[in-house]
Design a protein around this ligand. Structure first.
Ligand SMILES: [Zn+2]
Length: 173
């Protein structure tokens, strides 16, 4: 996928930001990694949302890239489903990368360019969608969720087998 500006202006709703952050949180949880918190009210005004893990340096780079990709892809699933328009899923993903996922693109670049990874992640997110959506709604309501709240909300959805994502490999723990 090559990011290209979209024709229409797109307003980033708070729910879109919440789904984006919960996309990352879902990926952390799926990889068995604990989070400190996720927020849509970060102190840093340049950011729209933050998803903060414990010990981020212990995350293998390919797992980290996959987690980076999960935010924009979750956001694209949400906007694609909730904003019926003439754009296809890839357009929505491009918009997600351009509006809030520039840093994600830096860590996940190769994965956000790989159609098979996008497809696989989109499938997995869709399978966990009801838990992702309800956790995102909760985040929208309260602004910040603790690691325990995220884990509780997303663990049933994350399951145990979901981490077999990149060419069938489990992430190094
Ligand atoms: Zn992100």
């Amino acid at each position: 996928m090559t990011p290209q500006p979209r024709q229409t202006e797109r307003v980033e709703s708070k729910m879109t930001v919440a789904v984006h952050e919960i996309g990352h949180a879902w990926a952390y949880t799926s990889a068995g990694l604990r989070l400190r918190y996720a927020t849509i009210r970060p102190r840093d005004a340049r950011l729209t949302g933050v998803c903060r893990p414990w010990k981020p340096r212990e995350v293998a780079w390919d797992t980290y890239a996959w987690i980076g990709a999960a935010g924009p892809i979750a956001e694209a699933v949400y906007t694609f489903n909730s904003e019926p328009d003439e754009f296809d899923f890839e357009d929505h993903l491009t918009a997600a990368v351009l509006t809030g996922g520039c840093d994600d693109y830096e860590v996940a670049g190769h994965m956000l360019d790989a159609a098979d990874v996008i497809e696989a992640l989109r499938d997995q997110l869709t399978q966990s969608w009801s838990a992702i959506l309800s956790t995102a709604e909760r985040l929208l309501e309260v602004g910040t969720l603790t690691g325990v709240e995220l884990w509780t909300g997303l663990t049933p959805a994350a399951g145990r087998g979901n981490v077999a994502y990149v060419k069938g490999r489990r992430p190094a723990q």
